[in-house]
Design a binder for this molecule. Structure first.
Ligand SMILES: Cc1cc2nc3c(=O)[nH]c(=O)nc-3n(C[C@H](O)[C@H](O)[C@H](O)COP(=O)(O)OP(=O)(O)OC[C@H]3O[C@@H](n4cnc5c(N)ncnc54)[C@H](O)[C@@H]3O)c2cc1C
Length: 389
């Protein structure tokens, strides 16, 4: 009996990554077991992809080949919560919702917005998902202060630590955040936490001139936690958090600018595509967000964070592949003109076949060298990341 016989099960029909079926599935319950699985997979030359809650498994390009899925849902739990230091160490397969529940009673939060039920900590960090409140709290890359990972050959590595100012030579945590599982398996993360605010308010309206409204919000210095826009309704929604008195004052200022105080809109923090649709992430220089919203809204459903220049665009599932390809090209041109990029996060197979998911990206040679260092045999989700990495 080999290690692979002991540690893996035959794959079932739904064990696939972006449409590519696997032969085997392993569900380790510890970093040591994950290390044994990856060592055995390396010895056998298997192509491996990682799976958390599966909510973003179809993001990124399909792997070129796939033998084994390593499922993290047995790797759960908050390992440590140092409330006094505002730090928590969490296993990668823990659902984000469970982290929220765990930290809630201490009046603390991991300030990463995720809209999908079942999304895990590891998956959220691996795609560097971010939601409305990245405006105030930053992204996963800002909140992860340490990580335990298992490398392609099964070696366990730690980086960073539980001390926010810890300086490590090679910051694995930063590299693995957003790498789509192409560099190794994340098994646990240490996060910087924030106190939960005592009060919050969302002020929203559909202003006649989006650019002027955003400029007025900026000038008012109300320190928003999020400034969200929606192309379909033409609405701007601003979240402020803090002490009850502070929130009251800042919300009143926003009501003077926007003229309404109506709570979170139905579209808040959700992606503008349905299951089976095409979803893109667009970025823009802050000053060019209004122009990009207008241009993108003529091509797709668009919404996102005006305050950080990250927007999402969605095409319906029944869009013809050539129409989708044209729309992606136009959205990419629009984002480029706005000083940013467009990345296709997810799309049906027929659309994927006709579009470049990642588009042109700077620093590809450096990324290839990093990949070569971490996964020289290109066995970890090969082809999933930018440039066929
Ligand atoms: C092989 C490999 C090597 C890497 N090397 C580095 C490295 O040397 N330095 C480093 O900082 N990070 C590196 N990363 C991480 C990767 O670049 C992150 O996914 C990216 O930085 C996302 O960060 P963010 O969440 O801050 O960006 P976001 O703000 O979420 O993204 C901004 C926008 O730019 C796009 N974007 C940003 N970076 C990239 C990229 N690299 N490729 C395609 N689109 C991109 C995003 O998709 C998004 O549309 C590496 C990843 C891999 C797989």
């Amino acid at each position: 009996m080999t290690a692979l016989d002991e540690l893996t099960e035959p794959a079932k029909d739904d064990d696939a990554v972006a449409g590519v079926p696997a032969r085997l599935v392993a569900a380790p319950t510890s970093t040591a077991q994950a290390s044994a699985v990856l060592r055995a997979a390396a010895d056998a030359g298997l192509a491996v992809a990682f799976r958390g809650g599966g909510t973003k498994l179809d993001w990124g390009a399909p792997p070129r080949r796939l033998d084994l899925i390593v499922d993290t849902r047995g790797l759960t739990g908050v390992v440590e919560h140092a409330a006094g230091d505002l730090i928590a160490v969490v296993r990668a397969g823990t659902p984000m919702a469970e982290v929220r529940e765990h930290l809630g009673p201490a009046g603390q939060q991991l300030a990463l917005d995720t809209s999908e039920a079942g999304a895990t900590v590891g998956g959220t960090v691996a795609v560097s998902a971010s939601g409305p409140r990245r405006q105030l709290y930053g992204t996963a890359r800002d909140l992860v202060i340490g990580m335990t990972v298992v490398r392609a050959d099964g070696t366990v590595a730690h980086s960073g630590g539980k001390v926010v100012k810890n300086v490590a030579g090679y910051d694995l945590a930063k590299l693995f955040t957003g790498a789509y599982g192409t560099l190794g398996l994340i098994t646990r993360c240490a996060f910087r936490l924030h106190p939960r605010p005592g009060a919050e308010a969302v002020v929203r309206a559909a202003p006649p001139d989006l650019g002027a409204a955003l400029a007025a919000i900026r000038a008012a210095q109300v320190v928003p936690s999020a400034v969200e826009v929606d192309g379909e309704t033409g609405e701007v929604a601003v979240l402020v958090e803090g002490t009850p008195a502070g929130v009251r004052d800042r919300a009143a200022t926003l009501v003077r600018i926007l003229g309404d105080d109506a709570g979170r809109p139905h579209w808040w923090g959700t992606y503008p595509w349905e299951p089976g649709g095409t979803g893109l992430k667009l970025t823009a220089a802050l000053s060019r967000v209004p122009a990009l919203v207008v241009r993108a809204a003529a091509l797709a459903r668009v919404r996102g964070s005006a305050g950080t220049g990250v927007l999402y665009a969605g095409l319906p599932p029944d869009t013809a592949p050539d129409e989708a390809a044209d729309a992606v090209a136009e959205l990419r041109a629009a984002a480029g003109d706005a000083g940013g990029h467009a990345v296709v996060l997810t799309a049906p197979a027929e659309v994927r076949a006709g579009v470049d998911m990642w588009g042109p990206v700077d620093g590809l040679a450096l990324m290839r060298r990093v990949k070569q260092q971490f996964d020289p045999d290109a066995r970890l989700a090969p082809g999933r990341f930018v440039g066929g990495i």
